[in-house]
Write a protein that binds this ligand. Structure first.
Ligand SMILES: [Zn+2]
Length: 156
């Protein structure tokens, strides 16, 4: 490949990229009223995507318009087509509740992981065998947690 050819190729690619960027810079925005079509928006503020409340599938950003949303509902979920806004509103709240629950569970797990790491580190420093963690420390922690936090928290 000679130098000129490479140059040409690079500028051509650049031209293509600019075109692509121009096209991509336009994003449709979600409107709250689209909930009545059974869709919520992904949290992406720049290019939100419609998320179907029935099948949880994400459509493309270009599909954020009543005609596309309606078509999805009509073709994929005809049985939900005539549901009132309240129905989708309830589903939306259920969906958000699930997300919150997942978040809490995840953070509890990572806290537990951190705690177990800290304890292992302490055991290592004392030169005691690691089995002491399972034999003594874990039951002791369970006792402490139960007494301090109550049984409800322990189950978590
Ligand atoms: Zn769907």
């Amino acid at each position: 490949m000679d130098q000129n050819h490479v140059k040409n190729l690079t500028s051509r690619t650049k031209g293509l990229q600019t075109k692509k960027q121009k096209k991509a810079s336009f994003h449709r925005q979600y409107d709250e009223t689209y909930l009545k079509y059974g869709f919520i928006s992904t949290c992406d503020s720049e290019a939100p995507r419609p998320l179907c409340l029935i099948c949880s599938s994400q459509l493309s950003n270009e599909a954020i318009k009543p005609s596309k949303l309606l078509r999805h509902m009509r073709t994929r979920h005809p049985e939900f087509r005539d549901k009132p806004l309240e129905f989708f509103d309830r589903r939306k709240r259920d969906c958000e509740g699930e997300k919150r629950l997942l978040k809490t569970t995840l953070s509890t797990n990572s806290n537990a992981l951190r705690a177990s790491y800290l304890v292992s580190h302490r055991i290592a420093k004392t030169n005691k065998p690691f089995t002491i963690g399972e034999e003594l420390i874990l039951p002791a922690c369970t006792d402490i947690c139960r007494e301090v936090l109550g049984n409800q928290q322990l189950k978590r």
